[in-house]
Write a protein that binds this ligand. Structure first.
Ligand SMILES: NC(=O)c1ccc[n+]([C@@H]2O[C@H](COP(=O)([O-])OP(=O)(O)OC[C@H]3O[C@@H](n4cnc5c(N)ncnc54)[C@H](OP(=O)(O)O)[C@@H]3O)[C@@H](O)[C@H]2O)c1
Ligand SMILES: [Zn+2]
Length: 336
């Protein structure tokens, strides 16, 4: 089978099509014919050599977390059958640690993510496969596991209620668009930012109630304050956007941080955290039952995941180039 592998960790030019042996499922495993696999900034960091998880010593490396397709073959005892349409929950947990036993599972002390979906076939743990309803395409479903699941879990941690206003800096990528759409599902009023007028227009078309077009943090603070106080923030950018969020949040509000696109530190003044009782809360991914819920919501039409571009397997490098150049809106999906 063919796979789009990282053969050097030097950016989008490091993606090459390679031939690999077809996978053979062991006990409890399944082989999925991959129809769609969306990419994430997590993969781009690996490709740019900016991930602690993958180094030159393990190349070629096939990434790809968000797999949707059809079961091709199963090992003994697998909970799915040949021909089932499925979506993979990329969570990998030990099932035994205190955090797995108490839940939620994404707290697992050995928490890892599946990699291997950017290929014609993916070998996966059958118990991580979620049945896909007929009215949800593989392309649409492949958007959900990382970006939408992460945003959904962040909303749970942000303690927001219908009618609240949520600040979403960087509202045009995978997690950002998911945060805007899920805000609507939850009855929240999203305030999104982008540096691009073109992407701002797409946000408005999507129904985002407030769109701030700027990359200047002082200007963003001014414009957001003119809309009103924010009851929470979903912050996947970190860096200087942590201080921006602190400046626009109301007393007692939480900003939930899941990423580091704008910087790996969360440097910000301490005062809002004691004088105004604000909180910074960290979050990673979500649980498989939460992903099942998102599949149901998407299938029922509560929201339609935004596919910003589709690519053949041999154009996977282009998908990463579009992401790196910020030339993307929503999720980028590779269709092997
Ligand atoms: N912890 C977790 O479980 C988890 C899960 C998913 C994602 N994440 C993290 O969340 C972040 C977003 O991931 P993603 O896949 O959604 O990425 P993405 O699709 O590439 O995000 C693009 C968005 O980021 C903005 N952006 C890009 N570079 C920026 C910069 N240097 N400064 C400010 N804004 C910038 C873009 O703004 P413009 O519109 O202005 O171009 C756009 O809104 C990443 O840090 C990722 O690692 C974490
Ligand atoms: Zn565990």
């Amino acid at each position: 089978m063919r796979a789009a592998a990282f053969t050097s960790l030097t950016g989008p030019d490091g993606v090459e099509l390679i031939e690999q042996a077809d996978p053979d499922p062991g006990d409890g495993e399944a082989v999925v014919d991959v129809e769609a696999c969306s990419i994430n900034r997590h993969d781009l960091w690996i490709l740019e050599g900016d991930s602690a998880m993958v180094n030159e010593g393990v190349l070629p490396f096939v990434t790809g977390l968000d797999v949707a397709g059809t079961v091709r073959e199963t090992g003994a005892g697998a909970s799915v059958s040949e021909g089932d349409r499925v979506l993979l929950c990329p969570n990998q947990t030990c099932g035994e640690c205190r955090y797995c036993r108490e839940g939620p599972e994404n707290l697992c002390q050995s928490f890892m993510l599946y990699h291997g979906g950017l290929a014609e076939q993916a070998l996966v743990d059958g118990s991580r496969l979620i049945p896909l309803p007929d009215d949800l395409s593989a392309q649409t479903a492949a958007c959900l596991p990382t970006a939408y699941l992460t945003a959904w879990h962040m909303y749970r941690k942000a303690d927001l209620t219908a009618g609240d206003r949520v600040f979403v800096p960087g509202a045009t990528g995978g997690v950002g668009v998911a945060a805007v759409q899920l805000a609507d599902v939850l009855g929240l009023e999203a305030v999104g930012t982008t540096t691009s007028e073109t992407k701002a227009e797409r946000l408005r078309e999507l129904g985002c109630p407030h769109v701030v077009v700027s990359g200047d943090t002082d200007e963003i603070v001014r414009e957001v304050r003119s809309i009103g106080e924010m009851d929470g923030a979903l912050n996947h950018l970190a860096g200087e956007f942590t201080a921006v969020a602190a400046k626009v949040l109301r007393r007692g509000a939480k900003q939930v941080v899941c990423g580091r696109t704008a910087g790996s530190r969360v440097d910000t003044a301490a005062a809002p955290f004691f004088l105004q009782h604000q909180e910074i809360v960290g979050s990673t991914m979500g649980t498989q039952p939460e992903l099942e819920r998102l599949v149901d919501l998407a299938a029922s039409g509560a929201f339609e995941p935004v596919v910003g571009g589709t690519y053949d397997l041999d154009a996977t490098g282009e998908a990463f180039r579009d992401m790196a150049e910020r030339d993307a809106f929503g999720k980028l999906v590779v269709e092997p």
